[in-house]
Design a protein around this ligand. Sequence first.
Ligand code: UDP
Ligand code: MG
Length: 331
Amino acid sequence: MSDPIGAGAPPSLAIVVPCYNEQEVLSDSAQELLTVVAGLVEAGRIHVRSRIYFVDDGSRDATWPMLEQLALRNPRIVAVALSRNRGHQNALYAGLSQTSEDMVVSIDADLQDGPENIAAMIDAFVAGNEVVFGVRTERDTDTWFKRMTAEGYYRVMQRLGVDLVFNHADFRLMSRRAVDTLLEYPETNLFLRGMVRELGFRSTTVSYARRPRLAGESKYPLRRMLSLAWRGVTAYSIAPLRAITLLGLLAGTVSLVLIAWVLVVKMFSGSAVPGWASIMVPVLFIGSVQLLCLGVIGEYLGKIYEEVKRRPRYHLREVVARQAVESESSR
Ligand code: UDP
Ligand code: MG
C-alpha cells in the first residue's frame, strides 16, 4: 500500500458521510465517528492524519451550519457542501473524490451501519483486501416493507446476471487504489455498489447487524428506492431489452393462434361475422405490448441521453476544514 508518511506508519483513514437533512443525528454521529477514529489512532491501527468528510447534499435544514461548526472546531472533520441536492450516490462520489487517505470508508449519517465494524474492515484491508463490503446479516430494524423489497431486488438482480454483494449497501472500505480507479468511471448515472464490484480488486465481506436510525426519518422514500433500483437494472443489464424480444415472440404466437381462429370461423361457420371482440382483443393486446416495449427502450434511451450529455455529477459550493481549503469545482 502507498505509505506517504513513512515506513512502518499505519495507513491513514478517511470516512465519507453523505448527509441530507440530518440535523437530528449529526452531532451524535459526528461524536461517535470521532470516538471511533480516536480509538483507532490510539491503538496505532490508523495514522493520526485520518479524517472524516461530511458531504452536505444540499440540505434544507441546519445540517450545513452544524457541519461548518464541527469542521471549524475539529481538525479531523472536513465539511463539504454541494451546490444543491444531487442524491446519495453523487454526494458519496463527491466525498470520495475529496479524500487522499490510504483507506476510505463510506457510511450513512444515521449510523445504521455501525462504525464499530470499521476495525474489522481495517483488519481485512491489512490482510491484503482492497475492497471490504459491509454486509447486513439481519435487518430487524428496517421496516418489513423495506426488507421484502430489498430482498426481492437482490434476487432479481442476481437473475439478471448483475454481480452484487447480497445485503451490501454503501457501507464499505476501499483502498486508495480502488477509490482512484472508481473515480475513473465516467458514467453520470451512478450505482456505486455495482461499480465497485466491477473494479475486480481482491475483496472480502464483513458482516454486522443493522441498527435503527439514530433519529429523523429515512431519506430514501419509496420513490427514491425505486429510482435507485431501476438505475441498477438499466445501468448493468440489457436483460430487459432481451425480454422485449421474448415478449414480441409471445405476442406473435398468440396473434397467430387468434388469426387462425378468425380464419376458421370465417371459412367454416356460415353465419359467423368476426366480431368486435376478435378484433379488439388482439388490437388491445398488441397495442399494450408495443407500448410496454417502447417504454423499456425509452428508459435505456433516456439513460444514454443522460450519459451522452456528460454533465458534471455535482458542483462543490464550499469546503471547510481547519486548514481552510476553500474551493468551487465540478466533476
Ligand atoms: N442522503 C443523501 N442525499 C439524498 C438522500 C440521502 O446524501 O438525497 C444520505 C442520507 O443523509 C444518509 C444516506 O444518504 O446519510 C442514506 O440515507 P437514509 O439513511 O435515509 O437511507 P436508508 O438507510 O433508509 O436506506
Ligand atoms: Mg439509513
